[in-house]
Design a protein around this ligand. Structure first.
Ligand code: NAP
Length: 490
């Protein structure tokens, strides 16, 4: 067994917001998979906490439904997992229920304690204060914070200060589930485990980088949150910047948590400012109108909000970012994310510079750039696009083909969900894949002036048709540099 698949020490995991969407759809299934993988021992407990007055049995029944009926487990395995689960009804803002939770946790005082705050961030301070009042922040206790960590630097600081009064930074795990994805881990292995890439990994050889996080879904059920956040806060400030850091950071001296996070922080601090002076040239903001998704007609964003709503929230953003340091000077990082785009795909494309001189006849075809494509979802995997000779007689014709490593094909279909790894990393006390406070702050320091520039500009987001790749200005953003978005080349 590798260290990552060894069983973890017994723990008590309290999920505040245990009845919510994230807990039911992601956290509990992730824990179940790790239980099936033999990593969660008897003696560990998972305790849901929310206001709804549920018994342990009532909560277990709801969790059982959330786990679904996959053929990958037996009913005995499911029942054994459900036996680890309990529930405490409490309101973060009231005192009732908290003594009961403290008493329950005191029954296994040697267990590692993890408090997962899967609630609205407005409740973080109340929950942390109640935990402190009951002495539950002492010893081997950890707190997990879900995004969003604020909506700007000032509010992020308030959240971090509130939590920081109760939990030390070393106890605080700010989750960004993109960092738990297999491909992102693989970026570390590819870059620092092979001699092949690192000599080329700089402005001398890399033409540009693209990071795309595209969703086909529209607003969905989290409309209130999304309309206050928009694409930049929801996706760029956290997930996309974290991916950019993994691509752009210098080699850390080890995989020690602070060694990696120090290098990421340097990247965030080296991002060139995008503000009122250049936001119009470097950013494109869009909002979808009615169109089609998966062959069906879908309404526009405003209609989805309903009730004659008005909103200037961007559901799409494209940004040309640059990193001001020696390694990356002059290399654009084109970032884009949006809702109601034609496909659900998250990927990083590292495009290398063309060969300096072509020895081939025009009739051989055109030389294409080498590209390293890291696909985060769906179908996690890595492709390296190379130019080869088209096989067969008839002269030398060039062909662009991928060296293809689909993880599902190479290692089996059942790749662990990012939450599986990350939750167990919290139990292990390993914060490497979590955001340190200074990283969150540096990311907001870069994002805030963009938001301010958009607000000051007073322009509505550009419309785009649902099912398209965003406003035409996003295509122009990259094409005026003589480049194109990597689309439709699996
Ligand atoms: P949700 O479905 O609205 O769930 C909220 C949970 O908080 C419910 O269990 C709710 O139960 C509980 N709650 C609300 N008020 C409470 C109070 N005063 N005291 C105690 N519990 C209370 O939200 P969610 O989608 O799971 O999201 C949770 C957090 O994760 C949010 O910050 C969200 O932004 C973040 N997040 C969610 C996702 C996702 O995919 N859902 C992804 C990334 C981040 P009661 O009403 O019974 O109390």
């Amino acid at each position: 067994m590798t260290p990552a698949s060894l069983p973890v020490d017994p723990f008590d995991l309290v999920i505040f917001g245990g009845t919510g969407d994230l807990a039911m759809r992601k956290l509990l299934p992730a824990l179940f998979h790790r239980y099936l993988g033999g990593q969660i021992r008897v003696g560990s407990r998972i305790i849901g906490a929310a206001r709804e007055p549920l018994s342990d049995e009532g909560y277990r029944a709801a969790v059982s439904v959330a786990l679904g009926n996959a053929s990958t487990h037996t009913s005995e395995q499911r029942d054994a997992f459900l036996d680890l689960i309990g529930y405490r009804a409490l309101d973060a803002r009231k005192d009732e229920g908290w003594d009961g939770l403290a008493e329950l946790l005191a029954e296994r005082s040697d267990n590692i304690r993890v408090f997962y705050l899967s609630t609205s961030p407005e409740l973080f301070v109340d929950i942390c204060e109640q935990l402190a009042r009951h002495g539950l922040n002492q010893g081997a206790a950890r707190v997990v914070l879900e995004k969003p960590i604020g909506r700007d630097l000032a509010s992020a600081n308030r959240i971090n200060d509130d939590v920081g009064r109760v939990f030390a930074e070393s106890q605080t795990f700010r989750i960004d589930h993109y960092l738990g994805k297999e491909t992102v881990q693989n970026l570390l292995a590819l870059r620092f485990g092979n001699a092949l890439f690192e000599p080329l990994w700089n402005a001398n050889h890399i033409d540009h980088v693209q990071i795309t996080v595209a969703e086909t879904l529209g607003l969905g059920r989290r409309a209130g949150y999304y309309d206050r956040a928009g694409a930049l806060r929801d996706m760029v400030q956290n997930h996309i910047l974290q991916l950019l850091c993994m691509v752009a950071m210098e080699s850390p001296s080890s995989l020690a948590p602070d060694a990696v996070r120090d290098e990421k922080l340097k990247v965030l601090r080296a991002l060139k400012p995008v503000d009122a002076n250049n936001a119009a040239q470097l950013t494109v903001r869009g909002q979808y109108r009615a169109g089609a998704s998966d062959g069906k007609s879908v309404p526009g964003y405003i209609e989805e909000l309903g009730d004659g709503a008005k909103s200037d929230t961007g559901t799409f953003v494209a940004i040309k970012a640059e990193i001001g340091n020696w390694r990356w000077a002059g290399v654009p990082f084109y970032l884009r994310t949006g809702k109601r785009l034609p496909e659900r795909v998250s990927e990083i494309v590292v495009a290398f510079k063309p060969v300096p001189y072509s020895i081939f006849e025009g009739s051989a075809g055109t030389l294409a750039q080498n590209k390293l494509v890291l696909r985060l979802q769906p179908d996690e995997g890595v492709k390296l696009w190379l130019t080869i000779k088209d096989p067969g007689p008839g002269g030398l014709r060039l062909r662009h083909v991928p060296l293809d490593m689909s993880f599902a094909e190479a290692f089996g279909v059942d790749q662990p969900d990012a939450y599986e790894r990350l939750i167990l990393d919290v139990v292990r006390g390993n914060p490497t894949l979590f955001m340190r406070r200074d990283e969150v702050e540096a990311a907001w320091r870069w994002a805030d002036p963009i938001l301010a520039a958009w607000a000051a500009g007073g322009h509505a987001p550009r419309p785009y048709t649902a099912g398209s790749w965003g406003p035409s200005a996003a295509v122009a953003l990259i094409e005026r540099d003589g480049r194109t978005w990597h689309e439709g080349e699996d």
